[in-house]
Design a protein around this ligand. Structure first.
Ligand code: FAD
Length: 448
């Protein structure tokens, strides 16, 4: 039998690996491994972990509906794989590829343990529309693309020529097998996580495909006009579905074809491709904190930022929304990230780590990409002297101050003309801190 491990692909159809598994023509064990290194109990209780566990709950339900077996286990993936291979007669190990340093180390460890048992491992590309190396050879360029717009143009052409649909098979077309009872016992999920899973409300929510269809029918046309209107969000809200893989990026791409208004939205989907590409093509993507000396920066105002108590209304409102709901619209992510790294001179990994537990749609590549961009580091980042002014941004995108009043009820009675202004107890002067940040980042980045 084969062993298939689900990762950022928590769905039962449009899975590249399913064609491979179908071809094998034999039964297989299907697992989700909850890895304590990725999902501490603390993270499990916060928005990002809960979102993941909700997606696992939905996957479990969908396997059950299809009459197929899915086993949820808890432990170090290489230990689980070794134990499964020692008990079951495993002939292949299959999963979808991932690119983060942790994932690469983990998969190497899995390969080593599988190698000891002489079991071949197959890692299949699934998480993006284009496979980075295939795209790169299509471009005939030696150097990777470092600027988004030419990347975007080339990617569109590449997809027009070479886009291939995923697998026609769903889990119903596969034969699943039962995991040994001793292994179920040995790798059982801790009670706190099991409780979150069984209490998950997601299984009652609309299907990912319905969320997508509703947005394409009712929201897409206005995307370009409303995407930054964060008081009245005009975006799709599908990021978490894409990041957990509850929705396949190919399904999204296919459903988009021929729709009016698709261009602006496709551009954003290609930003996602661009960060995934960077994660594979830029050797520094995951180690910029070692490339630049960030030790001169400090965590002086980090607590105030985190708690939404900086005295700058739009920053505080955005952080309160994040803390309470796990959601923060894209423009506010840029504004709060620039404010933390520039006006407050805190190193970007601090904010990145905070978003990791708080964002419901947390993704290690996209989150890092957003933080690098905001702190002017990496391919095609914001120039170091570009620092969004939270007051003017707030005046422009939320002129009546509705968003601020929603999340900071203490400012309810403040008139629109004044609501965007820093409070008397603001922890920083926006003009002075901006000038200081420009000087510091000029030195830090060596004038790049
Ligand atoms: P829509 O506007 O409807 O866009 C559709 C899809 O395109 C999104 O779901 C997403 O997959 C992709 N996309 C849109 N904008 C971007 C972008 N700027 N960069 C990359 N892909 C994009 N996105 C995450 O999914 N997870 C994160 O952890 C994450 N962290 C971020 C941190 C910072 C500091 C910043 C500035 C951005 C971050 N983003 C992250 C990108 C972006 O904010 C979200 O993808 C977007 O807000 C999701 O909302 P939506 O699904 O309604 O997007």
């Amino acid at each position: 039998m084969y062993l298939f491990i689900h990762r950022k692909d928590l769905r039962v159809k449009d899975m590249k690996a399913f064609s491979f598994l179908h071809e094998l023509g034999k039964p297989g064990l299907h697992l989700v491994i909850v890895d304590p290194q990725l999902l501490s109990t603390e993270r499990g209780k916060d928005h990002s972990g809960r979102y993941f566990l909700d997606a696992v709950a939905r996957l479990t339900r969908d396997y059950a509906k299809a009459g197929r077996e899915l086993h949820l286990v808890y432990g170090n993936p290489e230990d689980v794989v070794e134990a499964v291979c020692s008990v079951h007669n495993v002939s292949e190990i299959v999963f979808h590829e991932d690119y983060t340093p942790y994932a690469v180390r983990r998969d190497q460890a899995i390969r080593e343990r599988a190698g000891t048992a002489s079991v071949p491992v197959y890692a299949i590309q699934d998480h993006t529309l284009a496979e980075a190396e295939a795209f790169q050879s299509f471009t005939e360029k030696k150097e990777p693309y470092k600027v988004f717009t030419p990347f975007y143009r080339k990617m569109k052409t590449y997809l027009e020529l070479f886009y291939r649909p995923g697998s026609p098979y769903s889990v119903r077309d596969l034969q699943t097998a039962e995991l040994d009872a001793g292994l179920i016992e040995r790798f059982s999920v801790p009670s706190e996580i099991a409780a979150i899973l069984s209490g998950s409300a997601k299984t009652a929510e609309p299907e990912p495909a319905e969320v997508l269809a509703a947005y394409l029918d009712d929201g897409l046309l206005q995307y370009d006009d409303l995407r930054d209107d964060y008081g009245n969000p005009g975006t799709s809200g599908i990021s978490g579905l894409l990041n957990t893989g509850a929705l396949s990026i190919r399904t999204v791409y296919e459903e988009l074809q021929g729709r009016e208004g698709a261009e602006a939205w496709l551009r954003q989907l290609i930003w996602r491709e661009f960060y995934m590409y960077q994660a594979q093509m830029d050797p520094d993507f995951f180690r910029y904190e070692q490339v630049y000396d960030l030790s001169g920066l400090s965590d002086r105002h980090f607590e105030a930022w985190r708690q939404g108590r900086t005295g700058i209304p739009v920053i505080d409102a955005a952080m309160r929304q994040l803390n309470e709901t796990g959601v923060m619209p894209n423009r506010l992510r840029m504004i709060t990230a620039m404010f933390l790294t520039k006006n407050l001179l805190c190193p970007f990994p601090l904010g990145e780590a905070y978003f990791r537990t708080k964002l419901a749609d947390y993704d290690n590549v996209l989150n890092r990409g957003g933080w690098l961009w905001s702190s002017s580091i990496g391919f095609d980042a914001a120039p170091y002297f570009r620092i969004m002014n939270p007051v003017t941004q707030s005046e422009r995108y939320d002129p009546q101050g509705r968003y601020i009043r929603t999340w900071l009820p203490e400012l309810e009675g403040v008139p629109a003309a004044k609501i965007h202004q820093p409070r008397p107890d603001a922890i920083v002067d926006l003009k002075l801190s901006r000038l200081e940040a420009i000087e510091r980042y000029k030195v830090l980045l060596g004038g790049r």
